[in-house]
Design a protein around this ligand. Structure first.
Ligand SMILES: [Zn+2]
Length: 179
């Protein structure tokens, strides 16, 4: 992955919009952008653009440089995209995701879980929660009313392991650069 791709990916993670992330980088000049100019090019309302920029700022991926007046007296506001922080930002996000997966795997290996038999994404309860709910609602899914069934632990762990492998590969390739 080259540096530009890393910046686009980091901005996409923050803005939740790959196309805006690409355009923002494309229309910036060496990472510098002006709010009014960017609004026009991205066809965004001032508040929309500002929200994106603040999200980027919170993630340390952008910094406001300041304002100045042009010849007609319009106030121009400049920002810089912190391109060189994209890699460490992504590494942090991937490590968070890896820690989450490891925790899930540990939980899965230790405890017994129950899910909706019709759609496992509806509900996931630990054995203890199932016991405590038995009295009130019975062992049915609160969303669709289907029965709850024990999770096929092996299948879940295999899925988690596969995800971890992909994540670790991505981490290794990112760590190969300067972290
Ligand atoms: Zn259900």
């Amino acid at each position: 992955m080259d540096e530009e791709d890393l910046v686009v990916l980091a901005l996409a993670v923050v803005t939740h919009d790959l196309s805006i992330a690409k355009k923002m980088l494309h229309f910036s000049e060496d990472g510098i952008l002006e709010e009014g100019d960017m609004m026009e090019k991205l066809r965004l309302a001032p508040t929309e653009l500002r929200q994106l920029l603040y999200k980027m700022q919170d993630a340390n991926l952008a910094v406001q440089l300041g304002t100045k007046e042009d010849e007609e007296g319009n106030r121009l506001t400049y920002w810089r995209i912190n391109k060189d922080l994209a890699r460490s930002f992504l590494l942090r996000k991937l490590r968070e995701a890896r820690d989450y997966l490891l925790k899930r795997m540990e939980e899965e290996e230790l405890g017994e879980y129950y899910v909706c038999a019709a759609d496992p994404s509806h509900i996931r309860l630990s054995f203890d929660e199932v016991i405590s709910k038995m009295g009130e609602s019975g062992l049915v899914c609160p969303i669709c009313g289907a029965m709850l069934e024990p999770v096929d632990r092996e299948r879940v762990v295999t899925g988690l392991k596969e995800m971890l492998e992909v994540l670790n590969k991505a981490l290794r390739s990112l760590e190969g650069g300067v972290s």
